[in-house]
Design a protein around this ligand. Sequence first.
Ligand code: SIN
Length: 272
Amino acid sequence: MGTVSVDVTPISPVLGGIVRGVDLSKPIDENTASALRDAWHRHGVLFFRDQVMTDDQQLAAATVFGSPEEFRFSPPVRDDLPLVHIIHEEGARRGAGVAIWHSDATWMEKPPIGTMLRAIRLPSDGGDTCFSHAGAAYDEMSAPLRALAGRLTAVHEGGPHLARSAGMVGVEMPERPISHPVVRTHTATGRRCLFVNRLFTSRINELAEEEGRAVLGLFCDQLRAPDFQIRWKWRLGDVVLWDNRCLQHYAVQDYGSPRTMHRVTLAGEPVS
Ligand code: SIN
């Protein structure tokens, strides 16, 4: 297989790359697909501007990076296209779950490895999405804290925000909480990343409740440093693909008119 390079401009030395010269509406040959996957693993989140595509083409583009799977907690764009979902808000919702740093669906036994969003309708201003690198956040912790984190597991559950979505779509909540290691190893890069978040992680298994709350807060706060973050200002035609294994995201709730995204979720793998 010949080597192909794709044009990627980093957004920061830590995370984020803007890809140019790739039309995601067209079939992607295997050499380009491989280069795109490498870029995704290097930058954690890829941004494609000015994409003109259908929902079926978005689904095809997502398969370059993984296996799309149904996400029961948001409605499909069409009944015959159950793997592409609508994320819609009429305006910002203070207290919305998405405005808490998280990676997607960590309450699943195999949380999705990636998520692709395509901007369909945007508010005139605001509605940005922020990303933080959980590998960089882990690396910056002191050695004793990293050692402690590496010995712990944590409980993840859907909580009230997922219950709201479940109610709107009319599906059952997941039956049982799931435990994952507090630090996971990225299966493609081998990088160690913090894997707890304030949206879905409820407690640390090995610690007393008070201790666990304090330690969990410490780990979650680690991702709040601007040093590990970027902020994406959406334009129509943007397609963004992030890696849930090594990043967390936060959807800013500051807008006053409708915002619609079409989303594809990439099937997960066991966390270890
Ligand atoms: C999410 O948290 O999955 C939604 C991100 C966004 O709408 O920007």
